[in-house]
Ligand binder design. Structure first.
Ligand code: UDP
Ligand code: MG
Length: 317
């Protein structure tokens, strides 16, 4: 890590994860800094070089020499965006934080609107993409399904098409810092910590230069991390599947018995086989679900999230 000590009077920190962004950095600073200067707040920019293999670091050094309030963090390899964001949250000052991508897909012009909401008391101000036409049809479709499934199985809902682009008030930052789980899905954590939240719709432009780091494999891994770390439904669902199978087996048994005793007919033997197989496997499913209940609880324990988080504002909602 290379950083200048964070200034205690910083009111807002801009946290930027970067992976192979050599081509965007100049223009990114060029657009961001004037906007920050208009804010009437003391600010810093915290850039995290997430194991880039191009000249990102050299470009960041240049940026740091041009702008005094730039803090740089360099990770030893590529740890992924979720971890890079966490490193940024850890190293930023005790201020409000804005998370923003380096590729200018998150328009810096929105920052002043974020700050406006923050001044009204909202601690979690997040951008929502109204138009995903820049994404491929496949990504839009799969993203839509992901949000549907996530919100079905997770206790805390995440707003569809909300990204990482957001302002987090100091209390939210504190709360996020206290979540140290290793399988991190930040979008889930922003909503888990709670606090008054408000959405700011925006149109997401195309990537300025370079290409997205998220290929299908990484997106799949991110989706699985999200589902598994915010829901134990997949572990517990088997109990209910088992109970359903048991009902079918019992129903079949009653019918077989009725045929045998009342109709005095011997039904074909495979009905009996189906009943026995279904009955025994339903027991297996129920047991698997019960084990899942325990594993889910162990998982919740080892995550060591705080039990509760307090808020200190007077907003009516
Ligand atoms: N990023 C990162 N580490 C990674 C992948 C991405 O820090 O392993 C950064 C990247 O430099 C950019 C942001 O995360 O600032 C969003 O990445 P990208 O544009 O590739 O994602 P997309 O916009 O396609 O979701
Ligand atoms: Mg991008």
């Amino acid at each position: 890590m290379t950083s200048t000590p964070s200034r205690p009077d910083t009111e807002i920190s801009i946290v930027v994860p970067m992976h192979n962004e050599e081509e965007s950095i100049r223009e990114f600073f060029g657009r961001l800094v004037p906007i920050l200067n208009q804010l009437d707040l003391t600010w810093e920019i915290v850039c995290i070089d997430d194991g880039s293999t191009d000249r990102t670091w050299a470009r960041l050094r240049e940026g740091q020499s041009e702008h005094s309030s730039v803090q740089l963090i360099r990770l030893s390899r590529n740890f992924g965006k979720e971890i890079a964001l966490t490193a940024g949250l850890d190293h930023a000052s005790d201020s409000a934080i804005i998370l923003i991508d380096a590729d200018l897909q998150d328009p810096p012009e929105l920052i002043s609107e974020f700050v406006k909401h923050w001044r009204q008391g909202y601690q979690n101000v997040y951008g929502v993409r109204t138009d995903r036409s820049q994404d491929t049809l496949f990504k839009r479709y799969t993203a839509g399904w992901f949000y549907r499934v996530f919100n079905l199985v997770s206790i805390n809902r995440i707003p569809p098409h909300g990204g990482d682009f957001r302002l987090l008030g100091p209390d939210v930052v504190d709360a996020l810092r206290s979540c140290r789980e290793k399988n991190r899905f930040m979008k889930g954590l922003y909503s888990w910590v709670g606090f008054p939240s408000v959405a700011v719709p925006y149109e997401r432009p195309e990537r300025l230069v370079g290409k997205s780091s998220f290929n299908l494999r990484r997106l799949w891994r991110l989706a699985m991390d999200g589902l598994v770390s915010h829901s134990t439904a997949l572990l517990k669902i088997w109990t209910y599947i088992g109970i359903a199978a048991m009902f079918v087996a019992v129903g079949l048994g009653i019918w077989l018995l009725g045929e045998y005793l009342l109709v005095r007919r011997n039904p074909p033997g495979f009905y009996l086989t189906i009943m026995v197989v279904l009955g025994l496997s339903s027991l297996n499913f129920v047991m698997l679900g019960i084990v899942g209940e325990y594993i889910g609880r162990i998982y919740d324990e080892v995550k060591q999230r705080p039990l509760y988080i307090e808020r200190n504002d007077d907003l009516a909602e």
